[in-house]
Design a protein around this ligand. Structure first.
Ligand SMILES: [Zn+2]
Length: 351
Protein backbone atom coordinates (compact mmCIF):
# COMPACT_ATOMS: atom_id res chain seq x y z
CA UNK A 1 0.00 0.00 0.00
CA UNK A 2 1.34 3.41 -0.92
CA UNK A 3 0.85 6.33 1.43
CA UNK A 4 2.60 9.64 2.04
CA UNK A 5 2.00 12.20 4.81
CA UNK A 6 1.92 14.89 2.14
CA UNK A 7 -1.21 13.43 0.52
CA UNK A 8 -3.03 15.69 2.99
CA UNK A 9 -1.96 18.66 0.86
CA UNK A 10 -4.55 17.50 -1.67
CA UNK A 11 -7.06 19.63 0.18
CA UNK A 12 -9.25 21.67 -2.13
CA UNK A 13 -10.01 24.35 0.44
CA UNK A 14 -12.41 25.48 3.12
CA UNK A 15 -15.90 24.08 2.55
CA UNK A 16 -14.80 21.93 -0.43
CA UNK A 17 -15.94 18.29 -0.12
CA UNK A 18 -12.48 17.07 -1.14
CA UNK A 19 -10.65 17.34 2.17
CA UNK A 20 -7.00 16.76 2.93
CA UNK A 21 -7.59 14.85 6.16
CA UNK A 22 -9.24 11.93 4.36
CA UNK A 23 -6.00 9.93 3.93
CA UNK A 24 -4.75 10.13 7.47
CA UNK A 25 -8.26 9.48 8.81
CA UNK A 26 -8.43 6.34 6.70
CA UNK A 27 -4.98 5.25 7.88
CA UNK A 28 -5.98 5.79 11.52
CA UNK A 29 -9.08 3.71 10.99
CA UNK A 30 -7.06 0.91 9.32
CA UNK A 31 -4.76 0.99 12.34
CA UNK A 32 -7.71 0.76 14.77
CA UNK A 33 -8.90 -2.35 12.93
CA UNK A 34 -5.49 -4.00 13.20
CA UNK A 35 -4.92 -3.95 9.45
CA UNK A 36 -1.23 -3.18 9.81
CA UNK A 37 -0.70 -6.23 12.04
CA UNK A 38 -1.25 -8.39 8.98
CA UNK A 39 1.97 -9.56 7.40
CA UNK A 40 0.42 -9.06 3.91
CA UNK A 41 0.43 -5.28 4.32
CA UNK A 42 3.61 -3.43 3.44
CA UNK A 43 3.54 0.36 3.52
CA UNK A 44 5.56 2.17 0.88
CA UNK A 45 6.18 5.90 0.63
CA UNK A 46 5.95 6.81 -3.06
CA UNK A 47 8.27 9.07 -5.05
CA UNK A 48 6.58 11.87 -6.99
CA UNK A 49 5.63 10.89 -10.54
CA UNK A 50 8.04 12.23 -13.14
CA UNK A 51 7.11 14.45 -16.05
CA UNK A 52 7.91 11.49 -18.27
CA UNK A 53 5.24 9.44 -16.46
CA UNK A 54 2.67 12.20 -17.01
CA UNK A 55 3.60 12.72 -20.66
CA UNK A 56 2.79 9.11 -21.55
CA UNK A 57 -0.84 10.17 -21.03
CA UNK A 58 -1.16 13.95 -21.03
CA UNK A 59 -0.31 16.56 -23.65
CA UNK A 60 2.75 18.62 -22.82
CA UNK A 61 0.80 21.87 -23.10
CA UNK A 62 -1.70 20.66 -20.51
CA UNK A 63 1.01 19.50 -18.05
CA UNK A 64 2.79 22.86 -18.45
CA UNK A 65 -0.49 24.67 -17.82
CA UNK A 66 -1.05 22.81 -14.53
CA UNK A 67 2.53 23.53 -13.37
CA UNK A 68 2.06 27.20 -14.27
CA UNK A 69 -1.30 27.42 -12.46
CA UNK A 70 0.34 25.81 -9.42
CA UNK A 71 3.08 28.43 -9.36
CA UNK A 72 0.47 31.16 -9.46
CA UNK A 73 -1.99 29.30 -7.15
CA UNK A 74 -4.77 29.77 -9.70
CA UNK A 75 -7.67 27.30 -10.04
CA UNK A 76 -8.04 25.05 -13.10
CA UNK A 77 -11.80 25.46 -12.86
CA UNK A 78 -14.29 26.55 -10.24
CA UNK A 79 -14.18 23.24 -8.32
CA UNK A 80 -10.58 22.22 -9.07
CA UNK A 81 -8.09 24.61 -7.41
CA UNK A 82 -4.33 24.30 -7.98
CA UNK A 83 -1.42 25.36 -5.74
CA UNK A 84 2.20 24.25 -5.19
CA UNK A 85 1.00 22.05 -2.28
CA UNK A 86 -1.82 20.45 -4.28
CA UNK A 87 0.54 19.80 -7.20
CA UNK A 88 3.11 18.18 -4.90
CA UNK A 89 0.43 15.90 -3.42
CA UNK A 90 -0.99 15.09 -6.86
CA UNK A 91 2.44 14.02 -8.11
CA UNK A 92 2.94 11.83 -5.03
CA UNK A 93 -0.45 10.16 -5.50
CA UNK A 94 0.29 9.47 -9.17
CA UNK A 95 3.73 8.24 -8.04
CA UNK A 96 1.88 5.85 -5.72
CA UNK A 97 0.08 4.30 -8.70
CA UNK A 98 3.39 3.83 -10.54
CA UNK A 99 4.92 2.29 -7.39
CA UNK A 100 2.04 -0.22 -7.17
CA UNK A 101 2.54 -1.28 -10.79
CA UNK A 102 6.25 -1.71 -10.18
CA UNK A 103 5.69 -3.80 -7.03
CA UNK A 104 3.30 -6.15 -8.85
CA UNK A 105 5.45 -6.54 -11.99
CA UNK A 106 8.70 -7.01 -10.11
CA UNK A 107 7.00 -9.85 -8.29
CA UNK A 108 7.15 -8.28 -4.83
CA UNK A 109 3.38 -8.56 -4.37
CA UNK A 110 0.36 -9.79 -6.35
CA UNK A 111 -2.00 -7.07 -5.21
CA UNK A 112 -1.38 -3.46 -4.35
CA UNK A 113 -3.38 -0.50 -3.10
CA UNK A 114 -2.64 3.03 -4.33
CA UNK A 115 -4.27 4.89 -1.47
CA UNK A 116 -6.03 8.06 -2.57
CA UNK A 117 -5.85 7.17 -6.26
CA UNK A 118 -8.37 7.18 -9.10
CA UNK A 119 -8.43 10.66 -10.68
CA UNK A 120 -10.60 9.44 -13.52
CA UNK A 121 -12.09 12.76 -14.70
CA UNK A 122 -8.76 14.00 -16.10
CA UNK A 123 -8.32 13.43 -19.84
CA UNK A 124 -5.30 13.85 -22.12
CA UNK A 125 -5.58 17.61 -22.28
CA UNK A 126 -8.08 18.55 -19.62
CA UNK A 127 -8.72 18.21 -15.90
CA UNK A 128 -11.80 18.90 -13.80
CA UNK A 129 -14.04 17.20 -11.25
CA UNK A 130 -11.28 17.63 -8.59
CA UNK A 131 -8.78 15.83 -10.89
CA UNK A 132 -5.53 17.12 -12.42
CA UNK A 133 -3.67 14.04 -13.68
CA UNK A 134 -5.21 10.69 -14.56
CA UNK A 135 -3.22 8.30 -12.35
CA UNK A 136 -5.17 5.28 -13.66
CA UNK A 137 -4.00 5.97 -17.21
CA UNK A 138 -0.48 6.86 -16.03
CA UNK A 139 -0.31 3.40 -14.44
CA UNK A 140 -1.66 1.73 -17.61
CA UNK A 141 0.91 3.48 -19.80
CA UNK A 142 3.71 2.76 -17.33
CA UNK A 143 2.88 -0.96 -17.43
CA UNK A 144 2.70 -0.97 -21.22
CA UNK A 145 5.98 0.91 -21.67
CA UNK A 146 8.13 -0.63 -18.95
CA UNK A 147 6.72 -4.17 -18.71
CA UNK A 148 5.21 -4.61 -22.16
CA UNK A 149 1.79 -5.48 -20.72
CA UNK A 150 -0.64 -6.06 -23.60
CA UNK A 151 -4.13 -6.35 -22.10
CA UNK A 152 -5.39 -4.36 -19.15
CA UNK A 153 -8.86 -4.28 -17.61
CA UNK A 154 -9.97 -1.17 -15.73
CA UNK A 155 -12.99 -1.53 -13.46
CA UNK A 156 -14.25 1.89 -12.40
CA UNK A 157 -16.73 1.56 -9.52
CA UNK A 158 -16.76 5.23 -8.51
CA UNK A 159 -20.29 6.67 -8.30
CA UNK A 160 -19.34 9.05 -11.13
CA UNK A 161 -18.54 7.97 -14.67
CA UNK A 162 -14.79 8.17 -15.38
CA UNK A 163 -15.09 10.34 -18.48
CA UNK A 164 -11.34 11.07 -18.58
CA UNK A 165 -10.22 7.43 -18.51
CA UNK A 166 -12.97 6.37 -20.88
CA UNK A 167 -12.03 9.08 -23.34
CA UNK A 168 -8.32 8.19 -23.29
CA UNK A 169 -9.06 4.55 -24.20
CA UNK A 170 -12.18 4.99 -26.33
CA UNK A 171 -10.43 3.71 -29.50
CA UNK A 172 -8.13 1.21 -27.81
CA UNK A 173 -8.99 -2.52 -27.83
CA UNK A 174 -6.09 -3.37 -25.51
CA UNK A 175 -7.60 -1.59 -22.54
CA UNK A 176 -11.07 -2.82 -21.56
CA UNK A 177 -12.79 -0.09 -19.56
CA UNK A 178 -15.83 -1.16 -17.51
CA UNK A 179 -17.64 1.41 -15.39
CA UNK A 180 -20.54 0.99 -12.96
CA UNK A 181 -21.88 4.41 -12.02
CA UNK A 182 -24.97 6.38 -11.19
CA UNK A 183 -27.22 7.18 -14.17
CA UNK A 184 -25.49 10.13 -15.89
CA UNK A 185 -28.79 11.97 -16.31
CA UNK A 186 -28.74 12.47 -12.54
CA UNK A 187 -25.07 13.23 -11.73
CA UNK A 188 -21.74 14.74 -12.86
CA UNK A 189 -20.23 14.47 -15.51
CA UNK A 190 -23.48 13.81 -17.43
CA UNK A 191 -22.07 11.14 -19.76
CA UNK A 192 -21.45 7.39 -19.47
CA UNK A 193 -24.49 5.93 -21.23
CA UNK A 194 -24.80 2.24 -22.16
CA UNK A 195 -24.65 3.06 -25.87
CA UNK A 196 -21.19 4.63 -25.51
CA UNK A 197 -19.30 1.42 -26.31
CA UNK A 198 -16.06 2.77 -27.80
CA UNK A 199 -15.27 3.44 -31.44
CA UNK A 200 -13.08 2.28 -34.35
CA UNK A 201 -10.81 -0.52 -33.10
CA UNK A 202 -11.98 0.16 -29.56
CA UNK A 203 -15.63 -0.60 -30.33
CA UNK A 204 -16.92 -2.93 -27.63
CA UNK A 205 -14.10 -2.13 -25.23
CA UNK A 206 -15.87 0.64 -23.34
CA UNK A 207 -18.62 -0.81 -21.19
CA UNK A 208 -20.87 1.51 -19.22
CA UNK A 209 -23.38 0.23 -16.68
CA UNK A 210 -25.49 3.21 -15.56
CA UNK A 211 -27.40 2.46 -12.35
CA UNK A 212 -30.53 4.28 -11.17
CA UNK A 213 -30.36 6.34 -7.95
CA UNK A 214 -31.15 4.07 -5.02
CA UNK A 215 -29.34 0.98 -6.35
CA UNK A 216 -28.19 -1.07 -3.37
CA UNK A 217 -25.78 -3.95 -2.63
CA UNK A 218 -27.55 -6.95 -4.12
CA UNK A 219 -28.48 -5.26 -7.41
CA UNK A 220 -25.00 -3.73 -7.65
CA UNK A 221 -23.32 -7.11 -7.13
CA UNK A 222 -25.76 -8.65 -9.60
CA UNK A 223 -24.61 -6.13 -12.24
CA UNK A 224 -20.97 -6.81 -11.41
CA UNK A 225 -21.45 -10.55 -11.82
CA UNK A 226 -23.43 -10.18 -15.05
CA UNK A 227 -21.02 -7.79 -16.74
CA UNK A 228 -17.56 -7.52 -15.18
CA UNK A 229 -16.98 -11.20 -14.35
CA UNK A 230 -17.84 -12.74 -17.76
CA UNK A 231 -16.03 -9.96 -19.65
CA UNK A 232 -12.91 -10.43 -17.52
CA UNK A 233 -13.03 -14.18 -18.19
CA UNK A 234 -13.30 -13.65 -21.92
CA UNK A 235 -10.86 -10.71 -22.24
CA UNK A 236 -8.20 -12.42 -20.10
CA UNK A 237 -6.38 -9.28 -18.97
CA UNK A 238 -2.86 -9.50 -17.60
CA UNK A 239 -3.84 -7.26 -14.70
CA UNK A 240 -6.99 -5.66 -13.28
CA UNK A 241 -6.91 -2.05 -12.10
CA UNK A 242 -9.95 -0.98 -10.07
CA UNK A 243 -10.66 2.59 -9.01
CA UNK A 244 -13.27 4.24 -6.81
CA UNK A 245 -13.66 5.29 -3.19
CA UNK A 246 -16.66 5.56 -0.93
CA UNK A 247 -18.90 7.85 -2.99
CA UNK A 248 -21.34 5.04 -3.96
CA UNK A 249 -22.13 4.64 -0.21
CA UNK A 250 -25.72 5.46 0.78
CA UNK A 251 -24.62 8.26 3.13
CA UNK A 252 -22.30 10.02 0.66
CA UNK A 253 -23.29 13.61 -0.13
CA UNK A 254 -22.37 13.69 -3.81
CA UNK A 255 -23.98 10.46 -4.97
CA UNK A 256 -27.32 8.66 -4.72
CA UNK A 257 -26.39 5.00 -4.91
CA UNK A 258 -26.95 2.96 -1.75
CA UNK A 259 -24.02 0.67 -1.17
CA UNK A 260 -23.24 -0.35 2.40
CA UNK A 261 -19.85 -1.08 3.96
CA UNK A 262 -20.57 -4.79 3.42
CA UNK A 263 -21.34 -4.02 -0.23
CA UNK A 264 -17.88 -2.49 -0.70
CA UNK A 265 -16.33 -5.57 0.90
CA UNK A 266 -18.32 -7.85 -1.43
CA UNK A 267 -17.32 -5.77 -4.45
CA UNK A 268 -13.65 -5.92 -3.59
CA UNK A 269 -13.83 -9.67 -3.00
CA UNK A 270 -15.42 -10.25 -6.41
CA UNK A 271 -12.56 -8.31 -8.05
CA UNK A 272 -9.94 -10.23 -6.10
CA UNK A 273 -11.50 -13.61 -6.93
CA UNK A 274 -11.81 -12.65 -10.60
CA UNK A 275 -8.17 -11.54 -10.70
CA UNK A 276 -7.19 -14.88 -9.14
CA UNK A 277 -9.10 -16.66 -11.90
CA UNK A 278 -8.01 -14.63 -14.92
CA UNK A 279 -4.65 -12.97 -14.25
CA UNK A 280 -2.83 -14.88 -11.56
CA UNK A 281 -4.19 -12.47 -8.94
CA UNK A 282 -2.63 -9.31 -10.36
CA UNK A 283 -4.79 -6.47 -9.07
CA UNK A 284 -4.22 -2.82 -8.19
CA UNK A 285 -6.92 -1.03 -6.19
CA UNK A 286 -7.13 2.77 -6.19
CA UNK A 287 -9.57 4.01 -3.53
CA UNK A 288 -9.78 7.80 -3.65
CA UNK A 289 -13.26 9.29 -3.64
CA UNK A 290 -15.69 9.80 -0.78
CA UNK A 291 -17.22 12.95 0.62
CA UNK A 292 -18.83 11.89 3.88
CA UNK A 293 -15.91 11.88 6.35
CA UNK A 294 -17.65 9.46 8.70
CA UNK A 295 -18.19 6.71 6.11
CA UNK A 296 -15.01 7.12 4.05
CA UNK A 297 -12.69 5.27 6.50
CA UNK A 298 -14.89 2.16 6.97
CA UNK A 299 -15.62 1.94 3.22
CA UNK A 300 -11.96 2.24 2.22
CA UNK A 301 -11.19 -0.32 4.94
CA UNK A 302 -13.79 -2.73 3.53
CA UNK A 303 -12.25 -2.34 0.06
CA UNK A 304 -8.73 -2.97 1.33
CA UNK A 305 -9.91 -5.92 3.44
CA UNK A 306 -11.31 -7.48 0.27
CA UNK A 307 -7.97 -7.03 -1.49
CA UNK A 308 -6.11 -8.62 1.43
CA UNK A 309 -8.51 -11.57 1.34
CA UNK A 310 -10.08 -11.30 4.79
CA UNK A 311 -13.00 -13.71 5.19
CA UNK A 312 -15.22 -11.25 7.01
CA UNK A 313 -15.20 -7.79 8.55
CA UNK A 314 -16.99 -6.49 11.62
CA UNK A 315 -17.11 -2.85 10.47
CA UNK A 316 -20.60 -1.40 10.25
CA UNK A 317 -22.47 1.49 8.67
CA UNK A 318 -23.19 4.56 10.84
CA UNK A 319 -26.94 3.84 10.54
CA UNK A 320 -29.24 1.46 8.67
CA UNK A 321 -29.40 2.00 4.91
CA UNK A 322 -32.64 3.05 3.25
CA UNK A 323 -34.18 0.24 1.21
CA UNK A 324 -33.67 -0.02 -2.52
CA UNK A 325 -36.64 1.48 -4.44
CA UNK A 326 -38.65 -1.44 -5.91
CA UNK A 327 -38.18 -0.43 -9.55
CA UNK A 328 -34.35 -0.45 -9.37
CA UNK A 329 -33.75 -4.14 -9.97
CA UNK A 330 -35.94 -4.28 -13.05
CA UNK A 331 -34.33 -1.14 -14.47
CA UNK A 332 -30.85 -2.60 -14.02
CA UNK A 333 -31.93 -5.92 -15.57
CA UNK A 334 -33.21 -4.02 -18.61
CA UNK A 335 -30.00 -1.97 -18.87
CA UNK A 336 -27.91 -5.14 -18.81
CA UNK A 337 -30.12 -6.77 -21.43
CA UNK A 338 -29.62 -3.72 -23.66
CA UNK A 339 -25.87 -3.70 -22.97
CA UNK A 340 -25.55 -7.34 -23.98
CA UNK A 341 -27.42 -6.61 -27.20
CA UNK A 342 -25.09 -3.68 -27.96
CA UNK A 343 -21.94 -5.67 -27.20
CA UNK A 344 -22.70 -9.16 -28.47
CA UNK A 345 -20.82 -8.61 -31.72
CA UNK A 346 -17.54 -8.28 -29.78
CA UNK A 347 -18.25 -10.57 -26.83
CA UNK A 348 -19.18 -14.25 -27.07
CA UNK A 349 -20.25 -14.28 -23.41
CA UNK A 350 -23.06 -11.84 -24.26
CA UNK A 351 -24.57 -13.89 -27.09
ZN1 LIG B 1 -16.63 10.08 -7.69
Amino acid sequence: MTFHEKFRQYDLGEGHPFRGDRYVNAMRFFESQGLFNLSEIVLVEPQPASKEDLLRVHDEGYVDLIFRLAEESKPYDIETPVSPEILEAALLIVGGAVECGKAVYEGKVKRAVSLGGGYHHAGRNYGGGFCLFNDVAVLVEYLRTIYDVKRILILDYDVHFGNGTSNIYYRDPHVLYISLHQDPRTIYPGTGFAWQIGEHEGEGYNVNVPLPPGTSDSTYLYALNEVFVPLAEEFKPEIIIANGGSDPHFADMLGNLRLTVKGFFGLSRVIRETADKVCDGKFVLMPGSGYNPSVLPPCWYALVAGVVGLEDISVKDPYNPPEEPPQCRKMVENTIKELKRLLKKEWVCFR
